[in-house]
Design a protein around this ligand. Structure first.
Ligand code: FES
Ligand SMILES: [Fe+2]
Length: 460
């Protein structure tokens, strides 16, 4: 019988000796209402959560809100260099200070102070109460400590604002490692949103995220991609976090990043076809510049150009086309690009799918204490010329809305079906592929530590 530490060790990650050992994960974490309630105190009040972008609050007085379960948080820029975060509640009788819409959409705006709509108590950006009507009635006992807003931890990384409800939490940077150091070269803070949409799913937040944290599903859920090559992927535990990426053919190591060639005899043509399909049917993981550069490949390179030359030419050509319009991609060592993979799962509920010039991010969180409901957000980023960044808003886009195009709805089609299936008495627990779906096992290993529940079990 192995000890928990041994099980953790051998199920944690793929090593030189081979993939991690297989585990099974009980369905409780996905379907139990008690578990969903326990997540509030054991998980959501302990972890760093991404709540928005720094560029959403550029000026002193700009604020945004973030709601999770019963909590609402206000994040506000108080000086050009300082952001602070408060519980969104008036200290008088508990009215929510800034009204927030239902669902994922933030309230955001600009204020010089926050005035409560019930009795008019007023708070400055530093959270101090600056006006109480008929203050003398409290006979001097209403001290600044009793009236100020309750503050919470806030920090920034990657261009995102992060909050943590635990006053004793570790610093954000420490929490994010090694993801932060691996992703820093991609300069995500310079990217801006091209579109962002949110949707409510009839599934647990983990089911929604786990539809995207592995590449194992691509051949079957997205069969149209098979015409462009093989989509085989690895997964690695990275402490609390994980990353995933493509396996590359031995002679084309560079082809394991997100910006990769199509397959077949003529990669000039298949890359262009894959780029156009991706642009038109997913509208992410690429940019107009990359699509156009791929479409030029057949004119610019002779037939029979070896794949590694096609890849280099395509990326160089797109990079210079972007430079010409004032968009400079960071230079990242190809070995580092390969090692960083295609996406990082930041514990517990944020995925960054990074590339040198664009990113696709997913986040999921519970919608109340019903384990069968969640809010899911998709945001697509890229580099823009200064001053030409589009203004975007969170668009509520329900399942079935044609604005999701054709590929993401294929992923969505599994969500409620998995949630329903896992409730069956005949379901014996999730059995993720130890090599390709290791991010699922790692999420549950870390979750179990926060929740104080049993670890994923070895299959045998
Ligand atoms: S509850 Fe806010 S002023 Fe009374
Ligand atoms: Fe998918």
């Amino acid at each position: 019988m192995s000890t928990t530490a041994e099980i953790l060790e051998e199920t944690a990650s793929t090593t030189a000796e081979g993939p991690a050992k297989p585990v099974t994960i009980g369905a409780e974490a996905y379907i139990s209402e008690d578990y969903a309630r326990a997540e509030r105190d054991k998980l959501w009040t302990k972890v760093w959560q991404q709540v928005g972008r720094v560029e959403e609050i550029p000026q002193v007085g700009n604020y945004l809100t973030y709601d999770i379960l019963d909590e609402s948080i206000v994040v506000v820029r108080t000086t050009p260099d300082t952001i602070r975060a408060y519980y969104n509640v008036c200290s008088h009788r508990g009215r929510r200070l800034v009204d927030t819409p239902d669902g994922a959409k933030n309230a955001c705006g600009w204020k010089t102070s926050f005035v409560c709509g019930f009795h008019g108590w007023k708070f400055n950006l530093e959270g101090q109460c600056t006006h109480v009507r008929e203050l003398a009635d409290w006979q001097g006992e209403l001290t600044p400590e009793r009236t100020r807003l309750s503050e919470i931890k806030v920090d920034t990384w990657g261009g995102w604002v992060w909050i943590n409800l635990d006053p004793h939490c570790e610093p954000l940077r420490d929490y994010l490692e090694p993801a932060a150091s691996m992703l820093d070269p991609f300069e995500l803070q310079n990217m801006r949103c091209r579109w962002r949409k949110w949707v409510a799913f009839d599934c647990n937040w983990k089911v929604a995220l786990e539809a995207f944290n592995e590449i194992y599903h691509v051949d079957v859920t997205h069969p149209e991609f098979l015409q462009f090559g093989e989509f085989r992927g690895w997964a690695k535990a990275q402490g609390k976090h994980s990353n995933i990426g493509y396996d590359a053919p031995k002679n084309l190591e560079e082809n394991k990043a997100k910006l990769r060639l199509g397959a077949g005899a003529d990669t000039r043509i298949s890359t262009a076809q894959m780029q156009v399909y991706t642009w038109e049917q997913v509208n992410t993981n690429t940019t107009r510049t990359l699509v156009d550069a791929a479409l030029r490949l057949a004119d610019e390179l002779p037939e029979g150009t070896p794949p590694e030359k096609v890849l280099k030419h395509w990326l160089d050509s797109a990079r210079s086309a972007d430079v010409a319009r004032g968009v400079v991609w960071p230079t990242v060592d190809p070995a580092h690009v390969g090692k960083s993979g295609t996406a990082w799962q930041i514990f517990p509920n944020f995925q960054i799918g990074h590339a040198v010039n664009n990113a696709l991010c997913y986040s999921a969180r519970p919608a109340g204490y019903d384990p069968n409901k969640c809010i899911f957000e998709v945001a697509v980023y890229e580099l823009f010329p200064k001053g030409a960044e589009p203004k975007t808003e969170w668009e509520y886009t329900p399942v079935g809305d044609p604005r999701w195009l054709s590929v993401l709805p294929q992923d969505f089609s599994n969500m409620a079906a998995v949630q329903r299936g896992m409730k069956s008495r005949g379901f014996r627990g999730t059995q993720p592929n130890p090599y390709r779906e290791g991010a699922i096992a790692n999420l549950h290993r870390n979750l179990a530590q926060y929740m104080g529940t049993g670890q994923p079990r070895r299959l045998k």
